[in-house]
Design a protein around this ligand. Structure first.
Ligand code: ADP
Length: 268
């Protein structure tokens, strides 16, 4: 009996190792696929702004004498905008890798959400010039323990998407409110919304919603970064379609820290 049991055990172990090896091989294949998709996407995202910068600097150099002041300003602005885009993309990638590898925990200061939203809106003023932005943020929101840089990036990505996927002249609305021990922040647009079956998948890396037979332009990284950052701050983020009208809405839920987190003016 002992021999038979030992044989069985040996067989089972072999089986487990076999499954293990298969799993490992599958995981390695998936990691390879992900790595090459990442490289393709990164090269594309680096190339697009670089092409803009090279085009603008080329024109500035070749036609310097014949350019009007406005043309020159316009080209310099392109260089500046595209450099900022590059910088942001690289910073995003670095943040994402750092957080994923656990190298940096996000800062967790007591932060006034209204300040973060205000700073994000100042940064996106140009981007949002073709939309109508409104906010509803109560003055008595409790302070949150979060990393303002990460939170601003999350809101930036959401607003950037809203501007990308909703028509010119439509409203982009940012709302915040408290719900028990949570503060909720919501970015809403009046675009096409997201097919029900894609609501969860839009947060996957490189996932883009198919429109007819083509995939929409973009990197598919923005929302993955949003989820990564929000979760790193201990919160959750979800996508829904607006129940009242056309459009998508993204809701971030962050826990308020206990007691001491009150606004300075309320402590006076
Ligand atoms: P990207 O916008 O660069 O493709 P994201 O990760 O930001 O990548 O978004 C993933 C996909 O989710 C987008 O390709 C788009 O199809 C969909 N999506 C994101 N935000 C919105 C929105 N506000 N309205 C409609 N679809 C959206």
């Amino acid at each position: 009996i002992f021999d038979a049991l030992a044989d069985l055990a040996a067989l089972a172990i072999e089986r487990i190792q076999l499954v293990d090896d298969l799993d490992r091989a599958r995981m390695a294949a998936e990691a390879d696929k992900l790595r090459s998709a990442l490289l393709t996407s990164i090269s594309h995202d680096l190339r697009t702004p670089l092409a803009g910068i090279m085009g603008a600097t080329g024109t500035l150099r070749d036609y310097h004498a014949s350019l009007s002041d406005e043309d020159r300003d316009e080209l310099l602005l392109t260089v500046q905008d595209e450099s900022e885009r590059l910088n942001r993309f690289i910073a995003n990638l670095l943040d994402m890798t750092r957080i994923e590898s656990g190298l940096t925990a996000p800062n967790a200061g007591p932060v006034d959400l209204a300040d973060v939203i205000g700073s994000m809106l100042r940064r996106t003023r140009k981007l949002m010039s073709r939309h109508h932005t409104t906010t509803a943020i109560p003055h008595d929101l409790p302070l949150l323990k979060l990393d303002p840089v990460l939170m601003e990036q999350v809101l930036f990505n959401l607003v950037d998407n809203a501007a990308k996927y909703a028509p010119e002249g439509s409203e982009i609305r940012i709302e915040a409110w408290t719900d028990g021990p949570f503060v909720l922040t919501r970015v809403m647009d009046e675009g096409t919304g997201i097919p029900e079956g894609d609501l969860e998948r839009v947060f996957d890396m490189f996932y883009r919603v198919r429109k007819g037979d083509h995939v929409q332009a973009g990197t598919g990284l923005g929302l993955a970064i949003c989820r990564g950052f929000v979760e790193a701050m201990g919160g959750t983020i979800r996508a829904d379609n607006r129940p009242d009208r056309l459009g998508a809405m993204f809701t971030i839920r962050l826990k308020t820290p206990p007691a001491e987190a009150e606004k300075p003016e309320m402590q006076r």
